[in-house]
Design a protein around this ligand. Structure first.
Ligand SMILES: [Mg+2]
Length: 288
């Protein structure tokens, strides 16, 4: 046998052995896992699976994870996050995004999710549970007439906020009612410039939330006033119990970076949080 043919033959045997070894390992991995239970992943998106350019300088090995309304790259997934995410996604029976993003900001702009017409997702801070791009019929039934009442409440709250801004509270904040798939989902309040929302404005928003029975969620530059049905944890419980009909053998992992993610993370058996996020920083401070 010529030397070249011998090398080809050895290479072929080695490749086959390698494939067989991998098959064996895959088999072992399956054998060790419990086939009766499913791995269900509930995951926040921004700052959990990827970061915006504004928060972290992109590297050459980063992948574009999300784009803006004009299709321009806006958020990136680092090489390490890509490794982690592809491993987890490969093991999961179901991946359910749980996000403040609207339906279109997930379906049209996020590039790291392999969503199908049957995929479940929780969007607009939990106001909507989707199947594919549409509101799940059971969630629509669950909402009932609540969105009609909430629209009036949110519009009245927006007028009150505008009046108080005009009275001098904080003209740099922009307030608008977000409607997703014809459902009013929350009042969005954003700083018009890079300045954070100041304490008097936060205090005013807190008063309005109390007056109109809305929930206030705020971080540095933006805030949201939400009706009761816009709740990530309630929507996630609905998905787990009613739509996925989870059993005691199913394992649920939640991923999130913000303190506001904690209620839905608590529905699972394990909570995973990036060491660059708000939850981790608070944990570190309390551990000192
Ligand atoms: Mg987040």
């Amino acid at each position: 046998m010529s030397r070249h043919r011998q090398i080809d033959r050895d290479l072929h045997i080695d490749q086959n052995l390698h494939i067989d070894r991998n098959r064996h390992m895959d088999h072992n991995r399956r054998a060790k896992s419990n086939p009766a239970g499913r791995l269900i992943v509930l995951t926040d998106l921004d700052d959990t699976l990827f970061h915006s350019e504004r928060k972290r300088e992109p590297q050459s090995t980063d992948a574009v994870a999300a784009v803006d309304a004009d299709g321009r790259p806006l958020s990136y997934q680092s090489a390490a996050y890509q490794t982690w995410w592809s491993a987890l996604a490969g093991m999961a029976h179901a991946i359910v995004p749980v996000t403040g993003r609207t339906s279109y900001a997930v379906a049209d702009r996020v590039k790291v999710l392999a969503m199908t017409a049957d995929s479940l997702s929780i969007v607009s801070h939990g106001a909507l549970v989707l199947q594919g791009r549409d509101i799940h019929p059971l969630w629509r039934e669950h909402l009932g007439t609540a969105p009609d009442a909430a629209r009036k409440t949110l519009e009245a709250a927006a007028r009150t906020i505008d009046d108080r801004f005009e009275a001098g509270a904080c003209p740099r904040i922009h307030c608008r009612l977000l409607v997703d798939l014809d459902v009013p989902v929350y009042l969005s309040l954003k700083s018009r410039d890079t300045s954070p929302i100041d304490p008097p404005t936060l205090s005013m928003l807190s008063d309005v939330a109390r007056e109109f029975d809305l929930k206030l969620h705020a971080n540095q530059r933006n805030a949201a006033l939400r009706p009761a049905y816009a709740c990530k944890a309630a929507a996630a419980a609905f998905v787990l119990d009613r739509l996925l009909e989870r059993t005691t053998a199913d394992a649920v992992i939640g991923l999130g970076d913000s303190l506001s993610d904690l209620p839905f993370l608590g529905l699972g058996h394990f909570a995973l949080t990036p060491t660059e996020g708000q939850i981790w920083h608070v944990l570190q401070e309390s551990a000192q």
